[in-house]
Design a protein around this ligand. Structure first.
Ligand code: CP3
Length: 347
């Protein structure tokens, strides 16, 4: 089979024959074969076995017919290399043994050593580069989202300790953003060196901030990350996560190619707020997938009709897949987006 570059072309704002589709969290617990592997290995154990991590990455490609693969890993993986001891606890998420709460805790963080500590991640990317006939998207967590786990110690709804540190001790906060920014830049550059074809920076929880605070406390580091990586020709995606609609007008100077939208902002409105300089990706509410197939298709149609009005659109969800999602519905949705958008683009 020939290489499918539809996703890369859409990221660059080029014409496509039909819309590319991939799903955030497309490798995961909704798939019975994945659950079988999870009976014997934890997420971190899978990540440390490159052959197995590559196999899990490949699972949704064949089953769903998507146009891109996303590396099986977790946003927390690189923090092991800067000196953070963590675990991914089932049905909870990342849990940190010694949360970061003080200037001394931030000072202790080491520079990342990707080749030394994360060679298994690079090896997984190399295997996938040989085996895939669609582009491999690699990813990192963005500094705010990573910091929220490091500071809270576990998933949080309020981000109270994170915001408290940010507002009360800005010097400590900015030092932490700098160190996490350095980590992300080195980590993503190594991914591309190993064969990654695009990357996404997941800022899943930054929508918790007011636009003014996002601009002051987070955006400078986001701009620095994409500027320092701007010599790489591979498409770069920034996903500002859930409830991020109000942040979109602030992103003008981020040197990303694509911005991921959540489902609260219609595609046209998202494009308008972004000022026209980015491709966009999104944004079906993942929980629409619990509805009958006709309802799912109606929602997808509305997104596609807006998406195809301009080049530079990637069909995705507005946030990650959840464990109860149905493989059959996802396969049917992918086919529907391909067929319906192909007809609409021709017309
Ligand atoms: O998208 C993919 O298919 C690639 C794999 C991937 C995982 N995590 C594997 C995983 C990706 C892209 C991530 C990113 C990630 N991890 C994010 C950003 C994306 C988002 O959803 O906003 C965040 C916030 C995390 C942190 C994290 N890891 C959480 C909140 C959880 C869920 C805890 C739970 O059990 O519900 C995890 C665990 C995790 N990471 C799972 C998977 C498949 C589920 C548990 C497992 O299978 O072991």
């Amino acid at each position: 089979m020939s290489y499918n570059d539809r996703f890369i072309r859409a990221c660059r704002g080029e014409q496509v024959d039909r819309l590319p589709v991939w799903y955030m969290r497309q490798a995961g617990r909704y798939d019975p074969d994945y659950r079988k592997i999870k009976e014997n290995y934890s997420l971190l154990e899978i990540c440390k076995r490159p052959e197995l991590a590559a196999e899990v990455t490949l699972m949704p490609i064949k089953k769903l017919g998507v146009d891109a693969a996303i590396l099986y890993s977790d946003i927390m993986n690189p923090v092991a290399s800067i000196g953070i001891d963590f675990d991914i606890v089932a049905n909870v998420g990342p849990v940190i043994a010694n949360p970061i709460r003080s200037a001394a805790d931030v000072d202790k963080l080491k520079p990342i050593d990707v080749e030394g500590d994360l060679s298994h991640v690079l090896e997984t990317i190399r295997i996938l580069d040989r085996e895939l006939d669609v582009p491999l998207i690699t990813f990192a967590g963005a500094p705010f989202t990573i910091a929220s786990y490091l500071i809270e110690g576990r998933p949080s709804k309020s981000y109270i300790r994170t915001k408290s540190l940010m507002y009360s001790e800005p010097a400590v906060w900015f030092k932490l953003m700098d160190k996490l920014g350095d980590m992300v830049i080195a980590y993503l550059r190594a991914h591309i060196g190993a064969g990654g074809k695009a990357f996404q920076l997941f800022d899943s929880w930054v929508g918790a901030l007011a636009p003014h605070d996002f601009k002051t406390f987070v955006l400078p580091t986001i701009e620095r990350i994409f500027s320092e990586l701007s010599d790489l020709p591979q498409p770069k995606i920034y996903f500002p996560g859930v409830a991020s609609g109000e942040l979109l007008p602030t992103l003008t100077n981020v040197k990303a190619d694509v911005i991921g939208l959540d489902w609260r902002v219609p595609i046209n409105e998202g494009r308008r707020r972004l000022g026209g300089s980015f491709a966009v990706q999104g944004n079906l509410d993942p929980y629409v997938l619990t509805a009958p197939m006709e309802v799912i298709k109606e929602h997808a149609k509305a997104i596609i009709d807006e998406g195809i009005k301009q080049p530079g659109f990637v069909f995705n969800l507005g946030h990650g897949l959840f464990p109860e999602a149905s493989l059959d519905k996802l396969r049917e949705l992918t086919e529907f987006v391909h067929d319906y958008s192909a007809e609409a683009i021709k017309a």
